[in-house]
Design a protein around this ligand. Structure first.
Ligand code: NAP
Length: 252
C-alpha cells in the first residue's frame, strides 16, 4: 500500500482519467476527495456519487466535493471542506479539464476563455488553495494533468494546447518554489486516452491519429492512474518539476 494514511484531492474525478486516478489511489490506501462540477440537472453529482460508492469498496474512505475549479472562491472552499473532513491533504491532482476545439479562424473568444479558465486558471486556483497547508505540513505531492498537445501542439486546438503548455511552465516554476518544503510538483502529459474527451474527436481524425501512435493503441485511463500513484508515492520523492509523457510513443 504505497499511499496508506494519505489524503488525495482529485479534481474532475467524476469520470474519465480522474476517476481512474481516484481508483488507483484508493487501491493503494489513500482516502480520496472526488471533485466534480455539477450541472443544473445534477447529472454530474450522480456520476460523483457512483465514484464515491466504488471508492468506498476499495479504499479507506471517500467524499465528493462539488466545485467549479475555474472559480477562485469555490476552489478555496473545496480545499477547506476536504481539510475539515479529512484533516489534511497530502496529494492534489489537478486533473479537471475541458476542450472546445476549433481552428484559430473559427475559435471564438468564449471558447478561448472557457478552456484557459478551467484548464490553466483552475490549476492555479487549486494549487494556491492547498499550498499553505502543504508548506506547513512540510510534505505534499502536486500532480498536474498537462497533455501531449501542450508539448507538440495540434491542429484546431490552439486554446487547449496553450492551456496545457501553460501548465508545464506553472509546474516547473512552483516546483522550484516549494522543493525545500518537501513538496514535489510534476506534470503528466498523456497522449490519447480512451475517455469521453477522446470520443469527442471526429472518427476520421481518430483513425489518422491512431496510425501515428507507435504502440498501435489508445492509452487506458488506469495507466495514467498508476503513473499518478507512483508520482504521489515516496518512491518519487526526488522527482520534481518534471513532465512525464505517457503516450505510446506518439511524442518523444
Ligand atoms: P473527461 O472524461 O471529459 O472528464 C473531465 C473531468 O473534468 C470530469 O470529471 C469533469 O467533471 C471535470 N470538469 C470539467 N470542468 C470542470 C470544472 N470547471 N470544475 C471541476 N471539474 C470539471 O476528460 P478526461 O479525458 O478524463 O481528461 C482528464 C484530464 O486529462 C483533462 O485535463 C484532459 O485535458 C487531460 N487529458 C486527456 C487526454 C485524453 O486523451 N483523454 C489526453 C491528454 C490530457 P463533471 O463531469 O462534473 O463536469
Amino acid at each position: 500500500m504505497r499511499l496508506e494514511n494519505r489524503v488525495a484531492l482529485i479534481t474532475g474525478a467524476s469520470r474519465g482519467i480522474g476517476r481512474a486516478i481516484a481508483r488507483e489511489m484508493a487501491m493503494e490506501g489513500a482516502s480520496v476527495a472526488v471533485n466534480y462540477f455539477d450541472d443544473s440537472q445534477g447529472v454530474n453529482r450522480s456520476d460523483a456519487d457512483r465514484v464515491v460508492g466504488e471508492l468506498e469498496k476499495i479504499g479507506p474512505g471517500a467524499i465528493k466535493v462539488g466545485a467549479d475549479v475555474s472559480d477562485f472562491g469555490m476552489a478555496a472552499g473545496m480545499v477547506e471542506e476536504v481539510l475539515s473532513r479529512f484533516g489534511r491533504i497530502d496529494i492534489l491532482v489537478n486533473n479537471a479539464g475541458i476542450n472546445r476545439d476549433a481552428t484559430l479562424k473559427n475559435l471564438d473568444r468564449q471558447a478561448w476563455d472557457d478552456v484557459l479558465a478551467v484548464n490553466l486558471t483552475g490549476v492555479f486556483n487549486c494549487t494556491k488553495a492547498v499550498i499553505g497547508f502543504m508548506s506547513e505540513a512540510r510534505r505534499g505531492r502536486i500532480i498536474n494533468t498537462s497533455s501531449v498537445m501542450g508539448q507538440a501542439g495540434g491542429f484546431g486546438i490552439s486554446n487547449y494546447a496553450a492551456s496545457k503548455a501553460g501548465i508545464i511552465g506553472f509546474t516547473k516554476s512552483v516546483a522550484r518554489e516549494v522543493a525545500s518544503k518537501g513538496i514535489t510538483v510534476n506534470a503528466i502529459a498523456p497522449g490519447f486516452i480512451e475517455t469521453g474527451m477522446l470520443s469527442s474527436i471526429p472518427e476520421k481524425v481518430r483513425e489518422s491519429l491512431l496510425k501515428q501512435i507507435p504502440a498501435g493503441r489508445w492509452g487506458r485511463a488506469e495507466e495514467i492512474g498508476r503513473l499518478a500513484v507512483f508520482l504521489a508515492s515516496e518512491d518519487a520523492a526526488y522527482i520534481t518539476g518534471q513532465v512525464v509523457g505517457i503516450n505510446g510513443g506518439y511524442y518523444m
